[in-house]
Ligand binder design. Structure first.
Ligand code: MN
Length: 717
């Protein structure tokens, strides 16, 4: 589809169609005049005049009804970057608002936003939004990028992919968060076209092949729905809608076949009011069978980017599935342009100030949503809640500086607020000339002096005494650092021991080549990270040394594998357990406490599932409940029963072998072994199968006699 080329006349015509008549359109003309002079004769790789890019960028902005300053910034967006003018000159000619928008675009263009790692990319997105004080800067950037993507064919192939990837990673998510879906979906399709051309053209081809039939179906369905709605006197518009190529790609990437993507048949109904939305939905559902679980109410519960609509999927008259979106015209404006639908030209007085204010609030909201999404961090949530709910107190340093703290703060918060180094070396606090404890609750107007000693270090208890999450985080980060150093040392030590044990010389082992290999295998970024992961038990030295000094599975690994493969058959309890006075009732053994013959037991009458037998000592048994019934083990039981024990050991060396060895002497079978990682000990959760308590107790005693085993207990879950 060929677009009409943007010209200054078209741009002005478009701008006049929505901006207030009293706007100073001469600024747009002046901007255009300036850039066409400065870029005179310059061409882009696409063969177009350079100035066309600036006009197109501004035109994209006009299409989303941007304000006058933003339009000018669109035209002028590369003035500073190309050193055609200084900031001061720009400010003098166009005023500070336009100049600072251009400066903002220049700043974010300077960011090096390359990166492969998701965390780095997320960070770039955050930086990009974070440094844009004014959301309009991002909107200009998106328009600039959109036009660049439209003309991407002109640049070298490898650059195309790079730009497309950057657009996918950074700019599309931002457009999404800002709710600007019309720009977002065009960017998506264009990026896909260059990033994965084979996939893109494959979908295009398939779409083309089915287009005629699809268009007819949709047209027919639209007519049917229109007739029904008209007969109910509902004023509406309806239109068929083609799904974006990118959205089809995303669904196919999730493993769906092209033919399964029912949203290919899609339409949108527009009505005047929210109430009408629900009415339309009701009418459609009464005529066409809705597909279960596909209904979504984003009207009552808008998405975080403010998107609103009702979504449903129904079986159409020709048995095709139709995805139908129902929304008001207002909702549609927001759905298409998101934050850019909030330019408001209605308010009297200082339009710009109102707009800026509204935009700023929205931007702040988006910033926080974005951070939440990226970090998924409950601590951050806490600190946000705190800053919303906080009530402040004002206290003083001995020099009389005022410090704002939240209610309930302690001298610890105060010290860390002054400086982390003050907090980290604090030994005591004096408030209004009296020594106070560190959990003392500060009050308005307190004067606080913190005593420090450079050799002193924080205490972990302070985390609970501090009020604000910032303080808690600072203390935690101190300990994280210390812990890391500790783990680093332990890790290094453990690896050295393992290497020595296998009689490899240290220098033979730690060659550059080997280190590279180990880091790649373990996905650690540095040796330090590797040591830390070994030190806190996330990686085993055995596995690491195996990367270089390959031995086949150790005996222990073989055992674990073997055990994993044996499945345990459900025991049938019939005849082993007696319920007095009742025959032929279904009896189950409780999986929480796993009783075995010899255990004191009690039965619990379940609703419709017979009797479940628990150990008397099981905390899940509440003796006040009258649904319990006496049960007994038969004098002679015939089956083996599974039950669980927890083995706590100092050492992991050969421990599984030792445990297995004990089973060979007794009549106990191991069903499964689960290794539980803790920082300083080794825990094994072992399910055994045994015919009575006496045997189990003997087995447990045997285990306790193994030197490195500290404790053995039965488990109740
Ligand atoms: Mn540009």
């Amino acid at each position: 589809m060929k677009r009409q080329k943007a010209t200054i006349d078209l741009l002005l015509k478009k701008a006049r169609s929505y901006l207030p008549v009293e706007s100073d359109f001469s600024l747009v003309e002046k901007s255009y005049k300036l850039v066409s002079e400065l870029h005179f004769g310059e061409k882009r790789l696409s063969g177009d005049d350079y100035v066309d890019h600036l006009l197109e960028t501004a035109y994209i902005l006009a299409e989303i009804n941007a304000d006058l300053s933003t339009l000018c910034a669109g035209l002028l967006h590369d003035m500073l970057e190309c050193n055609l003018m200084t900031y001061e000159e720009l400010e003098e000619s166009f005023g500070s608002e336009i100049a600072s928008l251009v400066k903002g675009v220049t700043t974010i263009n300077k960011l090096n936003v390359e990166g492969d790692n998701e965390a780095v990319i997320a960070n770039h997105r955050k930086i990009l939004v974070g440094i844009s004080e004014d959301v309009r800067v991002i909107i200009v950037k998106l328009a600039d990028r959109l036009h660049n993507m439209r003309t991407l064919f002109a640049i070298p192939l490898n650059k195309q992919k790079e730009k497309a990837k950057e657009t996918i990673d950074i700019l599309i998510p931002i457009a999404h968060r800002l709710g600007m879906s019309s720009i977002k979906s065009e960017l998506e399709d264009l990026s896909l076209r260059y990033y994965k051309p084979e996939v893109y053209f494959d979908i295009v081809e398939k779409l083309n092949a089915t287009k005629l039939q699809r268009d007819n179906s949709v047209k027919e369905m639209c007519e049917v729905i229109t007739n029904i709605l008209t007969s109910h006197n509902i004023k509406h518009k309806i239109k068929g809608r083609s799904k974006s190529i990118y959205s089809i790609y995303k669904k196919m990437a999730k493993g769906k076949k092209f033919s399964e993507i029912y949203d290919l048949y899609a339409m949108r109904v527009f009505v005047d009011s929210e109430q009408d939305c629900y009415q339309v939905l009701g009418i459609i559902h009464s005529k066409f069978k809705p597909m279960p679980k596909r209904f979504k109410d984003y009207v009552a519960m808008p998405k975080t980017n403010m998107y609103q609509s009702l979504h449903t999927t129904v079986f159409g008259s020709d048995s095709h599935l139709f995805e139908i979106q129902i929304r008001t015209y207002e909702m549609d404006k927001i759905a298409e342009n998101g934050i850019a639908s909030h330019w408001s030209y209605k308010e009297k007085g200082s339009v710009t100030a109102n707009l800026q204010n509204a935009m700023e609030q929205k931007l702040n909201l988006f910033k926080s949503v974005m951070e939440l999404k990226d970090q998924n961090d409950s601590e951050l949530l806490d600190s946000m809640k705190e800053s919303i709910l906080k009530e402040s107190i004002y206290v003083f340093t001995p020099k009389g500086d005022v410090i704002e703290l939240s209610q309930g703060s302690t001298p610890i918060d105060f010290a860390y607020r002054v400086h982390s180094s003050v907090g980290d070396t604090m030994i005591g606090a004096i408030v209004n000339d009296c020594i106070v404890s560190l959990d003392y609750e500060l009050k308005d107007n307190d004067i606080i002096r913190i005593n420090t000693n450079k050799n002193s270090t924080p205490s972990r208890e302070w985390i609970n005494m501090a009020k604000s999450s910032q303080t808690k985080n600072k203390i935690k980060s101190y300990f994280n650092k210390i812990d890391k150093e500790e783990y680093n040392k332990i890790g290094l030590d453990l690896i050295q021991k393992e290497v020595k044990k296998r009689k490899i010389s240290y220098s033979d082992f730690f060659t550059n080549e080997n280190v590279d290999k180990i880091l790649t295998e373990t996905k650690c970024k540095s040796l330090e990270e590797l040591y830390i992961n070994v030190g806190n038990n996330k990686l085993s030295t055995n596995a690491i040394v195996n990367i270089i000094d390959k031995v086949t599975d150790t005996k222990e690994e073989l055992i674990l594998k073997k055990i994993d493969n044996t499945t345990f058959k459900e025991t049938i309890v019939k005849d082993d357990i007696i319920v007095l006075g009742i025959d032929n009732i279904k009896i189950n053994v409780a999986s929480c406490c796993k009783p075995i013959p010899g255990d004191k037991i009690i039965g619990y009458i379940t609703k419709g599932n017979g009797i479940t037998v628990h150990r008397m000592s099981c905390p899940n048994v509440d003796d006040l409940d009258n649904r319990f019934i006496d049960v007994y083990w038969n004098e002679v039981t015939t089956k083996k029963y599974p039950t669980q024990i927890l083995v706590h050991s100092q050492d992991s060396k050969n421990i599984l072998l030792d445990i297995i060895a004990k089973t060979s002497k007794s009549d106990v079978t191991i069903v499964s072994i689960n290794t539980i990682n803790t920082n300083d000990n080794y825990m094994y959760e072992i399910t055994v199968s045994v015919s009575n308590k006496e045997l189990l107790e003997k087995f447990m005693l045997d285990l306790k006699n193994i030197k490195s085993i500290i404790d053995v207990n039965r488990v109740i879950k």
